[in-house]
Design a protein around this ligand. Structure first.
Ligand code: 6PG
Length: 476
């Protein structure tokens, strides 16, 4: 008997993916650096399906039917390279290595090129949904050579989350496309989390609501247009009471948000592509600020003052914050999708943005009701310049904007940081501005560096002879 698929790296994510394949009737070969984990999996979950445990890489490879499909689920970085180096020499032409970790897309591009030269298919697959998703149905974003999807796609689609029977898995595009999209998914995840955190903070500090009350507010929101996994779990976290102290759980957790790096990568890539993902950037920076121990201690010691008089919020705070949250979320997604489209163009990936929205509707961390509307927007107009001009989102944001502005005003007046809400609003106003002060920046650049500028009334590049007063501008 041979296995249809193999998994190497049996920590919790790998183990759950392997079980998911087995539960769908596939025979799964198992391999792990130390055999103990492999044995454990079979002892505990062997009854769930058919597993072929292997002690060595050679046994593992021998137990797979051809073309071999080897899922790698180890730490991103050097550990992944080490596993590739171990397995590649044992594989034959047409076999596939599938990296299901959170790899950097540039690493995936490099690995794919190197393995292609050896006749092997390398598939960088984004997998979202955490441990539970891996077991019960993740959202899967496989990249790599299109032809690899013929032999691999059906298996991945089997174990993926489903919406109305449709799998949350699609071939994203060549080489690093899958991992790029997964990276942006995580960047959007950061933005979503930051915006939710700001909403909580304002409800608590401006509205005076307790964490338990805010949990109820979020539960209510989850029934509406904000309905999403992250809103749902936020209500759960806020409801939680610390057993040791009897305090709200959120009050006993150190307020320094950590990160493993995918949000940062998203911003780094966006800087290179020149795409303003300000929502994601603010959320990465907000985490960094929260972790800035020395700076925060110095500020506390110096007693950096807040506003002298706290103005009241004018309006229904809960309703206004819901509007601000929804509008800012739309901006963050618009920016993330713009980044995917820019990368798709840059690397020739030909990514279908509507299909990305479609496979994010279930299984992944950012799954949300409103992804349906994003899908519809791109189905209607695949080359949409920005989601904000799609009618649904345009209506949502214009309906929200007065409340959104009130919330940002209140935050500023009361000295409560709301970088996500405020930067999203600034982005929105920037986008719709008829004239931007960028013209002045062009003037400054031309003044100090003769960098030239374009005019609104005629084509060409111009430079003004700034030192010689009264001298006419000249064509550069
Ligand atoms: C997912 C998640 C996951 C990610 C964690 C940790 O899609 O299942 O995005 O891949 O590793 O969310 O992210 P940070 O530690 O950077 O917050």
């Amino acid at each position: 008997q041979k296995a249809q698929i193999g998994v190497t790296g049996l920590a919790v994510m790998g183990r759950n993916l392997a079980r998911n394949f087995a539960r769908h009737g596939h025979t799964v070969a198992l391999h792990n650096r130390s055999y103990g984990r492999t044995k454990e999996l079979v002892e505990e979950f062997g009854h769930e399906g058919t597993f072929l445990p292997a002690e060595t890489a050679e046994q593992f490879v021998a137990s797979l039917e051809r073309p071999r499909r080897v899922v790698i689920m180890v730490k991103a970085g050097p550990a992944t390279d080490a596993v590739i180096d171990e397995f590649a020499p044992l594989l034959e032409e047409g076999d596939m290595l599938i990296d299901a970790g959170n790899a950097h897309y540039a690493d995936t591009r490099r690995r794919e090129a190197a393995l292609k030269a050896k006749g092997l298919h390398f598939v960088g697959a984004g997998v979202s949904g955490g441990e539970e998703g891996a077991l019960h149905g993740p959202s899967i974003m496989p990249g790599g050579p299109k032809e690899s999807y013929e032999a691999l796609g059906p298996l991945l689609e089997d174990i993926a989350a489903k919406v109305d029977g449709e799998p949350c898995c699609v071939h994203v595009g060549p080489d690093g496309a899958g991992h790029f999209v997964k990276m942006v998914h995580n960047g959007i995840e950061y933005a979503d989390m930051q915006l939710i955190a700001e909403a909580y903070d304002l409800l608590r500090r401006v509205g005076g609501h307790s964490p338990a009350e805010i949990a109820e507010i979020f539960k209510g929101w989850n029934e509406g247009r904000l309905g999403s996994y992250l809103i749902e779990i936020t209500a759960e976290v806020l409801k939680q009471v610390d057993a040791a102290t009897g305090k709200a759980f959120v009050d006993v957790v150190a307020d320094a948000a950590e990160q493993k790096g995918t949000g940062r990568w998203t911003v780094q890539a966006a800087l290179d592509l020149g795409v303003p993902v300000s929502g994601i950037a603010e959320s990465v920076f907000a985490r960094a600020l929260s972790g800035g121990k020395d700076e925060r201690a110095a500020a506390a010691e110096a007693g950096l003052p807040g506003p002298s008089a706290g103005a009241e919020h004018s309006g229904d705070l809960v309703a206004d914050v819901e509007q601000a949250l929804f509008a800012s979320k739309i901006v963050a997604y618009a920016q993330g999708f713009q980044q995917i489209q820019a990368a798709s163009k840059e690397y020739g990936w030909d990514i279908d943005p509507g299909a990305m929205a479609k496979i994010w509707r279930a299984g992944c961390i950012i799954r949300a009701k409103f992804l349906d509307f994003i899908k519809q927007a791109y189905d209607k107009k695949p080359d949409l310049a920005t989601l904000l001009v799609d009618q649904y989102f345009l209506d949502a944001v214009s309906g929200a904007q007065d409340a959104w502005r009130r919330v940002v005003v209140t935050a500023a007046q009361q000295g409560i940081p709301a970088p996500g809400f405020a930067s999203a609003l600034a982005y929105y106003d920037g986008l719709r501005a008829e004239r931007l002060p960028a013209a002045l920046i062009q003037g400054q650049r031309d003044f100090f560096g003769a960098h030239t500028y374009q005019r609104v009334d005629k084509p060409g590049s111009f430079h003004t002879l700034w030192a010689a007063e009264g001298r006419p501008e000249v064509d550069a």
